[in-house]
Design a protein around this ligand. Structure first.
Ligand SMILES: [Fe+2]
Length: 406
């Protein structure tokens, strides 16, 4: 399958027909159903005392199976599909990168009762990642470092998006729409009509919508892929999986996941040495490290902002008070997910508490500039919609200014 990376940059999405090879569709439907049934048993067991029988399956508007957690040898074709030329291969073409790896394997299901429309949103948080226009300009100039997919196993037009909204902030009208009637169709929004086996690959920064979480059978594979070695540093740089499930895979697929993990470890090595360069006020070491993480020369400061957020997470994870907390609370302290937290904790283990604090201090001027911009542009930080209003990167603060701020 051949795709044009420029089409994704121009429109923010591409619809592809027959991503699932027709002769695989029935077998995938059957095995995904087996995994849904396995997950339902787990959800029923894990339900909280105040939840209805069935737990997540009966309460969620969009039950989501992280299918690598329930896969076994008999259902391994589900995970192997994520390594196919039409998924991993196409993602790599779109990201124009020497390597690509899967970040997320999920299956979106219909709820058991009608939940109606969800709310329009972007899958990003500029206050926890980087100012919106910075991430958008990085994408436009250097191409995506991360792509996201929906691939329905049954015909599906639940997903809508606003074409080209990924590369600009909200208009004043869109902002008002998101605040006052987020569950209504958005001007400019279009449904993405997919037949069983088709796929849409899109920028998760764009405005999109689950238009109707009805009881109509929905089994839609939801995937994320990140680049290694492409021009930009990916917005999603972590995996929502660990290697444990790969014991169920055939040797070839297992080796691919082990390779992905190796790429991730190598990247952590680069970040670790970049952090040490920062601690040591080694400007050349810092410039080299950032150039490895983000080879594209423009918009490198976006990567430095991402690094500042990571330094903040490391500092928190090293804090003796936070270390005493139960794992659910530690996850909350750094706004991680139960499925990627292990990567942050492993990374933090590379630093002493003192070093983590010193590294963090070097980022403090940059961090404060962004905090000041948040205070100016985001009326209420607890509002997801208002956080999209953090659009501007710190002005007149480039790589060399950052170095001088140490
Ligand atoms: Fe979303």
């Amino acid at each position: 399958m051949k795709v044009d990376p420029q089409q994704l940059i121009d429109n923010g999405y591409i619809v592809l027909r027959e991503v699932v090879p027709a002769n695989q569709l029935e077998a995938l439907r059957a095995n995904f159903e087996t995994l849904v049934e396995k997950q339902k048993v787990i959800w029923a067991r894990e339900r909280k005392p105040d939840e209805k029988p069935g737990g997540v399956w009966t309460t969620s508007a969009q039950p989501r199976v992280f299918f690598d957690e329930v896969v076994d040898a008999a259902t391994a074709n589900t995970v192997e599909f994520c390594l196919h030329a039409n998924t991993l291969g196409v993602s790599q073409q779109l990201m124009r990168a020497p390597d690509a790896a899967i970040t997320l394997m999920a299956l979106m299901c219909n709820p058991v009762r009608d939940h109606g429309p969800a709310s329009w949103h972007r899958d990003i948080d500029p206050t926890g990642q980087a100012p919106l226009k910075g991430m958008q300009m990085d994408y436009v100039k250097n191409g995506p470092g991360y792509v996201q997919w929906n691939i329905p196993l049954y015909d599906d037009s639940v997903f809508w998006l606003v074409p080209r909204s990924y590369c600009r902030p909200n208009t004043p009208e869109e902002y008002q729409h998101l605040l006052s009637r987020p569950q209504e169709p958005m001007p400019g929004g279009i449904p993405i009509e997919l037949s069983a086996g088709d796929g849409v690959v899109y920028s998760h920064m764009g405005l999109h919508w689950g238009s109707n979480y009805s009881t109509k059978l929905r089994r839609t594979v939801h995937l994320g892929y990140r680049a290694f070695g492409g021009d930009s540093y990916p917005i999603v740089d972590h995996f929502y999986w660990n290697l444990e499930f790969t014991q169920h895979l055939r040797a070839e697929a297992r080796a691919q996941f082990e390779y992905f993990f190796q790429l991730q470890q190598q990247q952590s090595n680069v970040i670790e040495s970049t952090f040490h360069a920062i601690r040591n006020k080694d400007a050349d070491g810092f410039r080299d490290g950032v150039a490895k993480l983000h080879p594209g020369e423009e918009e490198r400061m976006v990567t430095v902002v991402f690094l500042s957020k990571l330094a903040d997470k490391v500092r928190k994870l090293k804090d003796p008070e936070i270390r005493k907390l139960p794992v659910e609370e530690r996850i909350g302290e750094i706004s991680a997910h139960r499925l990627n937290f292990h990567l942050y904790e492993d990374f933090a283990d590379r630093f002493s508490t003192e070093d983590a604090e010193r590294i963090w201090k070097r980022f403090s001027t940059l961090y404060e500039k962004i905090e000041a911009e948040i205070a100016r542009s985001v009326p209420d930080r607890t509002s997801r919609v208002m956080r999209y209003q953090l659009t501007d990167m710190p002005s007149n603060f480039e790589m060399e200014d950052f170095i001088r701020s140490w």
